[in-house]
Design a protein around this ligand. Sequence first.
Ligand code: PMP
Length: 235
Amino acid sequence: MSAATLSLDIESIRREFPVLSQEIQGRPLVYLDNAATTHTPESVLAVIRDYYERYNSNIHRGTHRLSQLATAEHEKARTRIAEHLGAAADREVIFTSGCTDSINLVANVLGQSGSIGEGDTILVSELDHHSNIVPWQMLAERVGASVLPIPVTDAGEIDMAAYTELLDSRTKVVAINHISNALGTINPVLEITRLAKEQGAWVLIDGAQSIPHLEIDVQAIGCDFYAFSGHKVYG
Ligand code: PMP
């Protein structure tokens, strides 16, 4: 849909977000930092409030009524997220504190399981966020591997020819964002994953910026891990 035909009922969208009902310096608040974190709409606030008012308790631990309710709701959320992402099974959805935590978890597990070792390489792009660079640098340092940057063209796109050159049998991980937080570039993650899989590499897609904007189908992408943060998608 082009910008000219895009028609949004801005006032009704604004009403969904209580934070926007305030004025700052005598004017209605306009919030443009959603790429950093989104505000919480009424629909989400209502669910959080309902949880604390009716069934706040530990999940998967208690036998009492509230714990059973909390567990059921928690698992319902897992199912909805799995369906939203096109995951093959609910158990593929793992809740963490956010995207950075997820990437660290994957990096640590790959390290501890011996999936990467001395002389191996990890490819990240020059367009990646610190959250998708530092965990790999720490892993590489621990196991004697190297992190190699995939270059970006002057147009702000992944240099696919350079990427293909970097890929070889030593490549154990390709970790790349789906949409760049710096430029908004949408990376060709299907092709990037396909090429990485030809070398048998693990593929992690950092979906922090894509999850609010694109329809994601993790099976179509073919990646091993798709990481994102709830707080960037109204959670
Ligand atoms: N990756 C990208 C592309 C991001 O934009 C961000 C947040 N700016 C992160 C990772 C980190 O997300 P979080 O701080 O929620 O862990």
